[in-house]
Every structure is written in structure tokens, then in C-alpha cells.
Design a protein around this ligand. Structure first.
Ligand SMILES: C[S@@+](CC[C@H](N)C(=O)[O-])C[C@H]1O[C@@H](n2cnc3c(N)ncnc32)[C@H](O)[C@@H]1O
Length: 248
């Protein structure tokens, strides 16, 4: 059974507070989000040419969907969290944007076969997905892309962060609304996840979230087996990668 727009069974609903306190993802009108969009502008403008039919998968509140529309693409955005989709639609109305935003699961994209020239998966959404999930998501991306279509992925190398001591046991969270402290609370080498406990100091609430561990070499391996050829890889900031794949 496919989940409808108002279906609250998405496991993702646990992330509601995390994202609502994170303007760089939640609010395209925030300075933090505008900075992210401007930073990626040349990377999206120069490689996704000519502009075409583009799916922004796990689009959040549409920070990059709006940018892609500005660059001439015909954009559909899909995200699992209604909070994000509602904010995206609100901003679309206020900007007079034609981007269509749908609530949906990347593992079961609610769109027809062969309907896009490009799929973008930006802002490091991979930690939401297990390796099995990504196998499924890449199958779905291959289904909705037209033959020869391209996939643009932005990801952060989590394993490098762990290996170089950048992953702190306790940290105050930057770019958040309200004071937030997070604590390392678990690691599973069999599931490939780290768990973190977030403490929202203003409300006193605690919330434990799971982050799947990814590095570009793991993603490349899965993508290659799903029929995607790596065309270009750029490290656009320390520990971050932007990769362009072409569907065979
Ligand atoms: C780090 S944010 C990136 C959002 C957006 N791409 C950006 O860069 O602003 C990750 C997004 O993935 C979405 N997400 C997580 N699991 C998902 C799933 N199974 N299907 C679709 N979206 C999902 C979250 O709701 C969240 O908006």
C-alpha cells in the first residue's frame, strides 16, 4: 500500500524537531539556506546542461529546487517529511514558483517511468538511508530517469569524519534554532550506523536519531551495480563530494 500525503507512518517523522530547528534545510528564505544555494549554483549550472526535466529527490523545503527552476529546469521536488513539503509549497506560492512538491518516499518514488532528464540528491541526504535503502532508491532513480539521464549527488564523507577525530562525543550544534547539545550514544558495525542523542535545552526534550555511515567509495560501488557510470567527482569543500553519474 502506498503512503498518502497525510500518512504519518513514515519513520522519518522522528526527524521533525531536528529539521524544524535547522533553518539552512527548513527555510529557503533563511540566510543560511541562501548561502548554500549560492555556493552550489555554479556546480548545478555548469554540469546540468541543457536544463531539462529535473527531480529534486529528498528536496527538503526546496532550497535547490527553486535554484534549479531559476536555472531553467522544470522541477519536481519529493520529500518524506510533510513539514518540509508544506514549507516548500508556502515559499513556492509566495515566489510565484511553478515547482511541484510532493510528499513521498525516495524508496518508492510516486512518479512515472522515464520522466526526468536529471535527478539531484543534494545536501547530504544519504545518512537517512541504509545501504539496502540506497540500492532501492537507485533502482527507483534509474526507473524515473530517461535512458542516458544524469544523477547529481552531494554527500559528506562520514567515515573520514570518524577516522580523523572530527566526530565529537559531545558537541553544541551549530545553525540551530534554540540551544542544542548532542551526544554520541551508540555505534553498530553490523548496521553501519551511529546514534546521537539530541538535547533541546529550551524545551528539555531528548531525541535519539540514527545516521547511516557513508563515504563516496561505498556509494560509487552501489551506483555502479545499478548501472550508473561516474562521470565527474569534485570535492567542493573539505570532506564533501559532488558527483555526476550517467545512467547507461
Ligand atoms: C539533509 S536534508 C537535505 C534536504 C535538501 N536536499 C537540501 O539540501 O536542502 C535530507 C532530507 O531527506 C529527507 N528524507 C529522509 N528520508 C527520506 C525518504 N525515505 N524519502 C524522501 N525523503 C527523505 C528528509 O525529510 C530531509 O528533508
Amino acid at each position: 500500500m502506498s503512503a498518502g500525503e497525510n500518512d504519518s507512518r513514515f519513520e522519518i517523522s522522528r526527524w521533525l524537531e531536528f529539521y524544524s530547528r535547522h533553518p539552512m534545510f527548513y527555510d529557503p528564505e533563511s540566510e543560511e539556506a541562501k548561502e548554500r544555494a549560492e555556493f552550489l549554483r555554479p556546480f548545478l549550472r555548469d554540469l546540468l546542461t541543457p536544463p531539462g526535466r529535473t527531480l529534486d529527490l529528498a528536496c527538503g523545503s526546496g532550497v535547490f529546487s527553486f535554484l534549479l527552476e531559476e536555472l531553467g529546469h522544470e522541477v519536481v521536488g519529493v520529500d518524506a517529511l510533510l513539514l518540509m513539503v508544506d514549507r516548500a509549497r508556502e515559499v513556492a506560492r509566495s515566489r510565484g514558483s511553478k515547482v511541484r512538491f510532493l510528499r513521498g518516499d525516495a524508496r518508492q518514488i510516486p512518479l512515472p517511468d522515464d520522466s526526468f532528464d536529471y535527478v539531484v540528491f543534494l545536501g547530504n541526504s544519504l545518512p537517512h538511508f541504509s545501504i539496502d535503502d540506497v540500492w532501492t532508491v537507485l533502482g527507483e532513480i534509474a526507473r524515473v530517469l530517461a535512458p542516458g539521464g544524469r544523477l547529481r549527488v552531494e554527500s559528506s564523507d562520514f567515515i573520514q569524519l570518524l577516522a580523523t577525530g572530527g566526530y565529537k562525543d559531545v558537541r553544541t550544534e551549530p545553525f540551530r534554532t534554540g540551544a542544542v547539545v548532542s551526544y554520541h550514544s551508540g555505534y553498530s558495525g553490523t548496521d553501519g550506523v551511529v546514534k546521537r542523542l539530541f538535547h533541546y535545552l529550551d524545551t528539555g526534550r531528548f531525541e535519539e536519531l540514527e545516521f547511516h555511515l557513508w563515504a563516496p567509495w561505498i556509494f560509487r560501488f552501489v551506483a555502479a551495480r545499478r548501472g550508473f557510470t561516474l562521470e565527474k567527482s569534485t570535492s567542493h569543500k573539505p570532506r564533501w563530494y559532488l558527483e555526476l553519474y550517467r545512467l547507461k
